[in-house]
Design a protein. Structure first.
Length: 277
């Protein structure tokens, strides 16, 4: 897919992975709309993207609100003159054990990480199908392949995002539209930001090293998902090994392998931000 003049919506686009992705898309001469709930970061984006003021649109949007999504979609259609790409990047993490963490945090995790993707996809997919062109990118996680203690509900939402993405791909195929795609992105722990401090053990980090910064994932979105149309993009690439091993090893042996890699204690030193991506 050529990205020049493509009209893109990025949820949670005012910081982190979303912001890095917006920078790359603007460099490709795309037209970008950012939806974010963090007004301070949206104001910072106004300054950062001043040179692109006729190619970027910034809006405060709670993507867990169906009515707001519908309203902002209509605004995007007017401002950009259409929609070609949706990047479902908005996310929320609340670390802690299931028992000791308030239900409100788990509810928020599900609303932002899963429900919002369902709402935005249901709103925008018909537009892409009608024009028989476009692409949706959903941010999943390396935790969509395995369980992670102190991230139980977050992990559950990311498993769900991967399953949702694959299911919608089949619905697109069944529709007969050949030029609409959908991809999932699966990052491991990032060294900074929301997952700062989270890390696998020595052996695990050798096999699946930390992702050094948000731009690594932004590059995967732009080059892997959008330009090459890959169904799933994993960073680091060695994450694919976990899928292979899960498929061939007995469950107990696979679980033991995860313990040896330090997955069971990977959140012990987590000091990242409890916030949107």
């Amino acid at each position: 897919m050529k990205l020049e003049n493509m009209k893109v919506i990025i949820t949670g686009g005012a910081m982190g992975i979303g912001l890095a992705t917006a920078k790359r898309l603007l460099a490709e001469n795309a037209i970008v709309t950012i939806w974010d709930i963090n007004q301070k970061e949206l104001e910072n984006c106004k300054i950062l993207f001043k040179a692109y003021e006729n190619r970027i649109f910034l809006h405060n949007c709670d993507v867990s609100d169906k009515d707001k999504i519908h309203e902002m979609t209509q605004v995007a259609l007017i401002e950009m003159g259409g929609i070609d790409i949706l990047i479902n990047n908005a996310g929320y993490v609340a670390g802690g054990s299931l028992i000791d963490t308030d239900n409100d945090k788990w509810d928020k995790t599900i609303k932002i990480n899963l429900n919002a993707i369902v709402y935005t996809t249901k709103e925008i997919l018909p537009i892409l199908l009608k024009q028989d062109s476009g692409h949706i990118v959903n941010l999943s996680s390396a935790s969509s392949y395995l369980g992670v203690p102190d991230l139980a509900v977050y992990t559950a939402t990311k498993w769900a995002v991967w399953g949702f993405t694959e299911s919608i791909r089949f619905e697109i195929i069944n529709s007969g539209k050949k030029n609409v795609g959908i991809s999932s992105i699966h990052p491991s722990y990032l060294a900074t930001g929301m997952f700062e401090g989270a890390k696998l053990g020595f052996l695990g980090n050798l096999i699946v090293p930390q992702v050094k910064d948000h731009d690594v994932i932004a590059k995967a979105i732009v080059n892997g998902a959008l330009k090459k149309g890959k169904y799933a993009v994993r960073r680091p690439r060695s994450l694919r090994l976990s899928m292979i091993l899960r498929g061939i090893l007995p469950d107990k042996l696979f679980q033991y392998m995860l313990i040896v890699m330090g997955v069971h204690i990977s959140m012990s030193n987590w000091k990242g931000r409890e916030q949107f991506l």
